[in-house]
Design a binder for this molecule. Structure first.
Ligand code: PLP
Length: 387
């Protein structure tokens, strides 16, 4: 037996959906733009361990992570020629390791740059640097006022670095409410690149776009894009989806959900009218009710707030969660599908016959929580690749 056969539920990762998403994204960004697959947050819940080799088999050769420990995880499973870029946190003690491992590092502060260059000197290899410039997100990034110091540091450490990229990140490209702010950022980025160039600082690649920017502001794709949510088959927001849909109304959605979450019925029983179901008094069976228990609870990321609210699919029917979600299981009302029996497939997220539950309907009926719902899926649920 393998672990996924023993588990109460599994998350399936679809190769064909991923291939289709990359094909669509490739059409959007063009052939010459490098696609960096963003796999922070344990590959948005798909798990680095399973997702990175699968993405590589679809042609991806560059991965972006938030932190040094995520880069370490990618390195454990990636092929030798694959590049990894840390966009955020890296402890000073890990800088030499990052140079040694030829990991690309986004730098947004002069003292980090100094330390990284010192580490490169010590290791005897070039640091692979991406310079992040501040354009209006006000999170991390060099201000134009720091460009003189920055170029001086690079000049005085010639031979210790390779400038892989200059980059920035937008302050909410998925929302039309941020349109003017994003436009201003695009302009500021162009100015920053020019100012750096005047100081002799020229990068291999310019990159600014996340999924939403790549899908709605074509000029932001430049030499490289950092694509997270879209590769997993989700539109970053309803507005991004409508932006696409209104150009091609009626066409099927080109993004396909890569993950599905499935379990099986653990047991079935009949509850007489007038009895409460589960802990406490949150659900009263007003008619004779047949329930099935499913071995998925809040420990598996099925939010307790979905008690008496959530839906799962069994026997081709959307069925209601009844009573409180427990730590390890839930009860569902199968009165309308009495043929359901122990061992039948239960779809928590995904498709069964003509019924589908999306991540957004699962995530407390709100589309904007896709990112959060995905990354909260516990690593302990086995992921299996399917076609
Ligand atoms: C710097 C940076 N680039 C790219 C991304 C990918 O964003 P998305 O998942 O919307 O494509 C993120 C995610 O938040 C990010 O922080």
């Amino acid at each position: 037996m393998n672990r996924s056969e023993l588990a109460g539920s599994v998350i399936e990762i679809s190769r064909s959906a991923l291939e289709q998403n990359y094909a669509f994204l490739r059409r959007k960004i063009g052939r010459d733009t490098l696609l960096s697959s963003v796999v922070k947050g344990n590959a948005y819940g798909h798990t680095i361990e399973v997702f990175v080799p699968l993405a590589e088999s679809c042609g991806v050769q560059h991965f972006s992570v938030f932190s040094a420990d995520e880069a370490w995880q990618v390195k454990q499973v990636a092929s030798a020629g694959t590049d990894v870029m840390i966009m955020g946190s890296i402890p000073d003690e890990a800088l030499e390791w990052s140079v040694e491992q030829e990991i690309e590092v986004v730098v947004f502060e002069a003292d980090r740059l100094e330390r990284l260059l010192a580490a490169a000197g010590k290791v005897g290899k070039k640091a692979r640097i991406h310079l992040e410039v501040e354009t209006g997100l006000n999170r991390t990034g060099f201000e134009p006022a720091a460009f003189d110091k920055l170029s001086g540091l690079l000049r005085s450490n010639a031979g210790r670095w390779e400038l892989k990229g200059i980059c920035t990140h937008y302050a909410g490209a998925e929302s039309t409410g941020n349109y003017l702010r994003v436009r201003r950022q695009i302009k500021r980025f162009r100015n920053a690149v020019e100012e750096l160039s005047e100081r002799g600082v020229r990068a291999g690649r310019l990159h600014t776009a996340c999924s939403a920017a790549a899908l709605t502001y074509p000029e932001t794709t430049m030499d490289m894009v950092r694509i997270g949510i879209a590769q997993y088959g989700f539109w970053p927001s309803r507005e991004t989806w409508m932006h696409h849909y209104l150009k091609k109304p009626g066409e099927p959605d080109p993004l396909q959900r890569v993950m599905s979450w499935k379990s099986t019925v653990m047991s079935v029983k009949d509850v007489p009218a007038g009895d409460f179901i589960g802990y406490g008094t949150s659900y009263l069976a007003s008619i004779p009710t047949r329930i099935a228990t499913v071995p998925v609870g809040y420990t598996h990321g099925f939010a307790r707030s979905l008690s008496n609210l959530g839906r799962v699919i069994v026997g081709g029917h959307r069925t209601a969660v009844v009573g409180l979600i427990n730590m390890n299981m839930m009860m569902i009302d199968i009165t309308e599908v009495p043929s359901v029996k122990r061992g039948d497939e239960v779809v928590i997220v995904g498709l069964q016959q003509d019924q589908e539950i999306s991540v957004s309907s699962f995530s407390e009926l709100s589309q904007n929580l896709n990112y959060e719902t995905l990354v909260r899926l516990p690593a302990g649920i086995p992921r299996v690749v399917v076609d």
